[in-house]
Ligand binder design. Structure first.
Ligand SMILES: [Zn+2]
Ligand SMILES: [Zn+2]
Ligand SMILES: [Zn+2]
Ligand SMILES: [Zn+2]
Ligand SMILES: [Zn+2]
Ligand SMILES: [Zn+2]
Ligand SMILES: [Zn+2]
Length: 477
């Protein structure tokens, strides 16, 4: 109320200034509003308006204001099309406020969906090709495609077209009941059905045989060579019996090829009866011979030589003098004996002919005459055998050696020129002799016929050979 009074005072002051003289006077309440309401601002659909009325007490002039509420829109029940819907896009409808405020309301509508026509076959399918059909939307032209997968062939059973054999393949066939397509398959060759190996030609020792295997299905056959077999020998049969010293023979025969094989039988040895019989009596020329008798053939089974008691064969005999080794140390070990004679001592000189086993069997007669030397041998016993008689002459000990002692013999019983003052010589012979009768054992320590011992005689000859002293050396009978 204070504000209204202030506003009224302001209005009266304004009237006074303008020369107007509105009468305004305070009056006791209340104000009285008997006049009309005046709409100052009309309300709209969405904004409020205002009205006023003036106090009718004279000279008050008080103004009362009142708010007018917003009216709100007034919508019609009918909608108007706004935006057309498509096959797959939404449309809309619209309505405007009847109060003329210009406000509108929009509502969306659903898509219409396609409007397809009938299906059209694009690809006709079969067993192995998919079927394809299409249809088109009459509104937007969209194409829809329908595919039906290929079902595959509907094969019938396999039917043999060609039968397989041992060496050739077979063929089977089957057909699709839907499309009549044919399919083949190959049956491998059966291979031969070989039977067991059977000998159709037996081998022999001369020819190979044949073994055969036949195919039980096709009758073809294969052969195999059977090697030759060994001969079928009979037992060995003696065709010539072996005898003492003579080979025998036995044979065998092959029953298949009649071939004959021969081999020899070892010769038999005599079978001795063990009884030694003298076949040939012993002499000094030759040993005796004894033999046993073969109990099978009666010939000599074995033989042996024999010497009677005292009979000696193949013994060396030498002119008796010092051993070569005794005269010179370089000849030691030799059984040869050397004889030395002073060539001034003319006449006969006798030396024993003595065996290496110590028997005197003869005499060496050396004759010195006029610078020559003749050597002869005399045996004591007439049956004594002398072989390979030889003598070698040396002018000094320096000429004596193993080779010169085996050199060719000087002639016996013939004078041989001696160059030096002393004759050195060696006499030897192989002898068969009898240890008895005229033959005697020679005792070196015993007395020689000249009265000195053989030992002394040898010492004197050794001195003579070495070129010292001289003297008569002849000994013996
Ligand atoms: Zn009033
Ligand atoms: Zn409105
Ligand atoms: Zn469409
Ligand atoms: Zn088919
Ligand atoms: Zn076959
Ligand atoms: Zn044979
Ligand atoms: Zn015999």
């Amino acid at each position: 109320m204070k504000s209204i009074q202030r506003w009224a005072a302001l209005l009266m002051a304004l009237c006074l200034l303008m020369g107007l003289m509105p009468v305004h006077a305070e009056h006791p309440p209340p104000h009285e509003y008997n006049g009309p309401w005046v709409t100052e601002v009309a309300p709209t659909c969405t904004t409020s308006g205002r009205r006023y009325t003036i106090c009718t007490v004279p000279d008050c002039g008080y103004i009362l204001y009142d708010t007018l509420a917003a009216t709100g829109h007034k919508w019609p029940t009918e909608w108007s099309p706004h935006q057309a819907a498509g096959c797959t896009t939404s449309g809309s409808i619209i309505r405007f406020c009847l109060n003329g405020c210009g406000s509108s309301e929009v509502k969306y509508t659903d898509p219409l969906g396609h409007s397809f026509g009938g299906w059209t076959v694009v690809t006709t399918g079969n067993c192995t090709v998919a079927a394809v059909s299409q249809r088109v939307c009459s509104r937007c032209g969209q194409v829809e495609t329908s595919t039906t997968a290929a079902p595959g062939h509907n094969w019938g059973a396999w039917v043999g077209v060609k039968t397989a054999s041992c060496t050739d393949v077979g063929v089977d066939e089957r057909t699709c009941s839907r499309c009549s397509e044919k399919q083949t398959r190959v049956i491998p060759a059966l291979l031969h059905n070989w039977g067991p190996w059977t000998t159709v030609l037996a081998p022999t020792c001369q020819a190979t045989g044949i073994s055969r295997s036949v195919c039980g299905r096709c009758g073809i056959y294969q052969d195999r060579v059977l090697p030759k077999v060994a001969h079928d020998w009979s037992a060995w049969t003696v065709t010539l019996a072996a005898s003492c010293g003579t080979k025998g023979q036995e044979t065998r025969t092959c029953s298949m090829c009649a071939r004959v094989e021969t081999r020899s039988l070892r010769a038999l040895k005599h079978v001795s009866d063990g009884n030694w019989i003298t076949v040939r009596a012993a002499t000094l020329r030759q040993r005796g011979l004894q033999a046993t008798t073969c109990t099978r053939c009666g010939q000599h089974a074995s033989t042996r030589t024999y010497a009677p008691r005292g009979y000696r064969y193949e013994v060396w005999a030498r002119g008796f003098g010092p051993l070569a080794g005794q005269a010179s140390s370089s000849l030691s070990g030799l059984t040869d004996r050397l004889i030395a004679i002073d060539m001034l001592q003319e006449g006969e000189h006798r030396f024993p002919l003595t065996t290496d086993d110590g028997w005197q069997i003869g005499t060496v007669v050396a004759t010195v005459a006029g610078g020559t030397l003749k050597v002869s041998l005399k045996q004591l016993s007439e049956p004594t055998v002398l072989r390979e008689k030889q003598w070698q002459l040396f002018s000094g000990l320096h000429e004596v050696n193993v080779l010169s002692l085996r050199a060719a013999s000087m002639p016996f019983d013939m004078p041989v020129k001696v160059s030096g003052p002393v004759a050195i010589f060696s006499v030897s012979t192989l002898t068969n002799y009898y240890q008895g009768n005229e033959n005697k054992i020679l005792h070196e320590a015993g007395l020689s016929p000249d009265g000195s011992s053989y030992t002394e005689l040898n010492e004197r000859m050794t001195v003579l050979m070495r070129g010292q002293g001289s003297g008569r050396l002849t000994v013996g009978p």
